[in-house]
Design a binder for this molecule. Structure first.
Ligand SMILES: Cc1cc2nc3c(=O)[nH]c(=O)nc-3n(C[C@H](O)[C@H](O)[C@H](O)COP(=O)(O)OP(=O)(O)OC[C@H]3O[C@@H](n4cnc5c(N)ncnc54)[C@H](O)[C@@H]3O)c2cc1C
Length: 436
């Protein structure tokens, strides 16, 4: 009898952990054929993207090739972007892959499944604001983060080389959205622009020439986190001379900056759009599956989609009820990780014809890393008796442990320990900021 076919679309924080662990648990023994489909060829844990953008992290040290991971952990990897679904035939449709020279690498193809898990994550939501598509940069993929970094380095080199005075927008960066991504990027940029300039771009004075603005539509930054946390983070950003504009909505992004509702203009050479997320467009009309206004697939507490029990969704692209709370499970790496762990337990039960348990999200709190300046957050849970504010080295350790948990799910203890050691060594022999 042919093995049960589990197809996972999207190898991110949730999908790659699921493929790896199901590969080990079912694929290795031939109990299921596990296939991962991703539009990219390598995986990078998304919460690292702001460090790639700021230049404080070398992608090469953290990217993981899907083909190699699949080979090591007994699943198959196929490249391609999900573009359609045929629920009656149980097939997903994937776009052709074309290389930079316009030559086809793989044709448009279909993959059959018995169980399908959709884990395609989210992209930034521009709320149809004029000019965003043309002039703002997002941080949704490693390519976008690298593009931002290149433009940042170019901006510094240009400013250093130019004979005349700086134009009003030069060396000014506007970050729209003061969620964790926006504020973490602001702090990281404050440090890396100074380090970049210190490598000989001595005609730039960072205190005088480099300006970072953070613009947030809500009345306070980090609106999803407790108020005392956002106060602490705002004080720290202001002490770094980051301009924080809360309660300010962007009306339009332009070539040389942006305009707020009310008319005020903020000059900026680089505009980063990090204000809100939505699931990829393809999910809005996926062969009749129920989706919400931000394109997320609506799922039951078991993570099955409401209209098809053979299809599951997890992570940012799933609207999953948060049992015991109002609203849905938030779009976070820890939620994707927990949902993947839930399905690692549940899919073998499904294969055995046993009933599925509901997923219960456990919020362990939120941590915001302000680069070398500080890490601030709150830890939640019975052990700490509700919500406790944490800061400094302990908070930094907790922040790093989220990534370590992801790495452990992908590689196991021995490889993570060796990789961590190797990175500590190379960090001492390389520039602390990427210079190209
Ligand atoms: C800069 C930044 C910082 C963040 N910091 C934090 C943090 O500190 N803590 C936290 O909890 N969360 C953080 N997040 C959010 C966190 O990254 C996401 O919640 C998490 O990655 C969601 O996991 P996922 O598996 O749903 O999707 P993702 O990790 O986004 O993975 C989605 C995968 O699907 C693939 N894909 C997309 N579309 C298609 C398609 N059509 N066909 C095939 N493949 C496709 C993508 O290539 C990707 O590999 C941050 C996000 C960003 C951008």
């Amino acid at each position: 009898m042919e093995a049960h076919r589990i197809v996972i679309v999207g190898g991110g924080a949730g999908g790659l952990e699921l493929a790896t662990r199901l590969g080990e648990r079912l694929g290795r023994r031939g109990k299921a054929a596990v296939t991962l489909i991703d539009k990219a060829r390598a995986h990078l844990w998304k919460p690292l993207l702001h460090e790639v953008a700021a230049g404080s992290m070398d992608l090469g040290h953290h990217e993981l090739d899907y083909l190699a991971q699949a080979h090591w952990h007994h699943f198959r990897y196929r490249v391609g972007r999900l573009i359609g679904l045929d629920r009656a035939r149980r097939e997903v449709e994937v776009e052709a892959v074309i290389d930079e020279a316009g030559v086809e690498v793989t044709p448009r193809r279909r993959f059959p499944y018995d169980t399908l898990v959709i884990a395609v994550g989210s992209v930034s939501n521009d709320f149809a604001t004029p000019g965003v598509a043309d002039y703002a940069l997002a941080l949704d993929t490693p390519e976008e983060a690298k593009r931002f970094h290149r433009r940042l380095v170019d901006a510094c080199i240009r400013a250093h080389a130019q004979a005349g005075p700086l134009r009003p927008e030069q060396l000014r960066i506007a970050i729209v959205g003061a969620g964790a991504t926006g504020v973490e990027l602001a702090a990281e940029l404050h440090r890396t622009t100074r380090e970049l300039v210190a490598y000989g771009l001595d005609r730039i004075d960072p205190e005088r020439d480099v300006h970072i603005h953070v613009i947030e539509g809500a009345e306070r930054i980090l609106p999803a986190l407790p108020e005392r946390l956002s106060k602490g983070v705002e004080e720290l950003l202001r002490s770094l001379a980051v301009d924080v504009h809360a309660g300010a909505r962007v009306a339009e992004v332009m070539k040389d900056g942006l305009r707020l509702v009310g008319g005020r203009k903020i000059a900026a050479e680089l505009v980063v759009w990090a204000a809100g997320v939505k699931a990829p467009e393809v999910l809005a009309h996926l062969d009749g599956l129920e989706s919400n206004r931000i394109n997320q697939l609506v799922v039951r507490p078991t993570l099955e989609t409401t209209r098809d029990p053979n299809i599951f969704a997890l992570g940012d692209c799933a609207a999953c009820p948060w049992l015991g709370h109002e609203g849905n499970v938030p779009p976070r790496a820890q939620a994707a990780h927990q949902e993947a762990s839930h399905l690692v337990r549940m899919l073998p039960r499904r294969l055995a014809g046993k009933p599925l348990a509901s997923f219960r999200y456990r919020d362990f709190g939120s941590l915001v890393s302000l680069g070398k300046y500080s890490t601030i957050g709150n830890l939640m849970g019975a052990l700490v008796g509700g919500s406790v504010r944490v800061e400094g080295t302990f908070a930094r350790f907790m922040y790093l442990s989220l990534y370590k948990m992801h790495e452990l799910a992908l590689h196991g203890f021995a490889k993570v320990a060796l990789d961590t050691l190797a990175r500590l060594i190379t960090r001492r022999t390389e520039p602390v900021v990427k210079l190209h």
